[in-house]
Design a protein around this ligand. Structure first.
Ligand SMILES: [Zn+2]
Ligand SMILES: [Zn+2]
Length: 335
């Protein structure tokens, strides 16, 4: 049982517990422990043998017991019980996802918008994980609080990107944008700007409570834009605090598949969007996917290894996930 596999189990337990408001703190404890283990990658077997699992930050006796069970049996009876109790089907056996072949994220932020780190630090973080590419996709102008980028700042950013790129060995930086899907489905930047970028993630951030028919039209228009590559966190939900948008998911997913627009499984624990259930629907609708940390700091790149279980539980095969393509294949897929 390696640390990443254990982090995924703890992450899923935290996610399931979060559906029950009374378990909020327990849920946070499991998610927090998953996070610590995903980042620090401790030698769990050695700690287990030394009876020292609780020396890991955030791991109390209860969580240590779950981890010990994982080491002894390779699985968690607690997770199995939660899945059964919450009627959560598992389709892990339909997925061949192997994280050791993961090539990189396409959605991340820097201090050009609301990220907390420089592009250089983000690139170094991705390189340290052995990633072969990183999509730098800061926000578009509409949401003022995040200091979004218009055409002029994107041009300035491309100069910085060339400098950072020159310092990287095997990592390719992709210049992109996380462009807001406006209320009517138009995008927050004009087509000639989007056309110049390597990767365009279109995301719904505001007015998520639009009535379903209008929301459906909005999303259909967004996936039909020829420059859009990915729909970021497609429902905008925040498990435990905010319901996502409601629209005709099947119609939108089918249209996304027709336009070869991928749907994101945003692994940020605050989002986990698409959920495994929705990702399953998207899979059956013919969609491709991206897994992304939506990282705002280098440490947050650990979200993907922590939450890859979502894709596995939806039964998504690796060849339907863009992050497993090599850099040339990815570039071709994003064209
Ligand atoms: Zn976003
Ligand atoms: Zn983002």
């Amino acid at each position: 049982m390696d640390a990443v596999a254990a982090a995924q189990v703890l992450s899923e337990i935290g996610y399931l517990l979060r559906q029950d408001p009374e378990q909020k703190f327990r849920a946070q404890a499991f998610s927090g422990a998953a996070w610590t283990i995903a980042i620090s990658r401790p030698d769990l077997e050695a700690l287990y043998r030394a009876n020292a699992l609780t020396t890991i930050e955030g791991v109390g006796a209860g969580i240590a017991k779950v981890v010990a069970g994982l080491i002894e049996t390779g699985q968690s009876t607690y997770l199995q019980r939660l899945r059964t109790e919450m009627d959560q089907p598992t389709r892990d056996d339909e997925s061949d996802l192997d994280l050791s072949q993961y090539q990189g994220d396409v959605h991340s932020h820097t201090n050009w918008s609301d990220g907390k780190a420089t592009m250089l630090d983000m690139a170094r973080g991705a390189q340290a994980l052995g990633y072969r590419y990183l999509g730098v996709t800061d926000h578009s102008p509409r949401i003022k609080v995040v200091n979004g980028l218009g055409a002029e700042r994107l041009l300035a950013q491309s100069r910085e990107m060339a400098e950072v790129q020159a310092q990287m060995d095997d990592l390719t930086l992709l210049q992109g944008i996380e462009v807001d899907i406006l209320e009517d489905g138009a995008l927050d930047l004009p087509d000639p700007v989007l056309e110049l970028l390597d990767v365009v993630i279109a995301s719904p951030h505001v007015k998520l409570r639009q009535e379903p028919a209008a929301m459906t039209e909005r999303m259909l228009r967004a996936v039909s834009n020829p420059h859009v590559d990915v729909i970021g966190h497609p429902t905008g939900r925040r498990p435990g605090s905010r319901e996502g948008a409601t629209y005709d998911f099947e119609a939108v997913f089918k249209e996304a598949a027709r336009h070869k627009v991928a749907l994101e499984i945003d692994c940020d624990p605050a989002r986990m969007d698409l959920s495994p259930e929705m990702a399953r629907l998207a899979l059956e609708s013919g969609c491709s996917f991206t897994l992304d940390a939506d990282a705002h700091a280098p440490a947050e790149l650990a979200y993907v290894p922590m939450a890859a279980w979502m894709a596995r539980r939806a039964g998504i095969p690796q060849d339907r996930i863009l992050n497993f393509l090599d850099p040339d294949e990815l570039t071709a897929a994003l064209r």
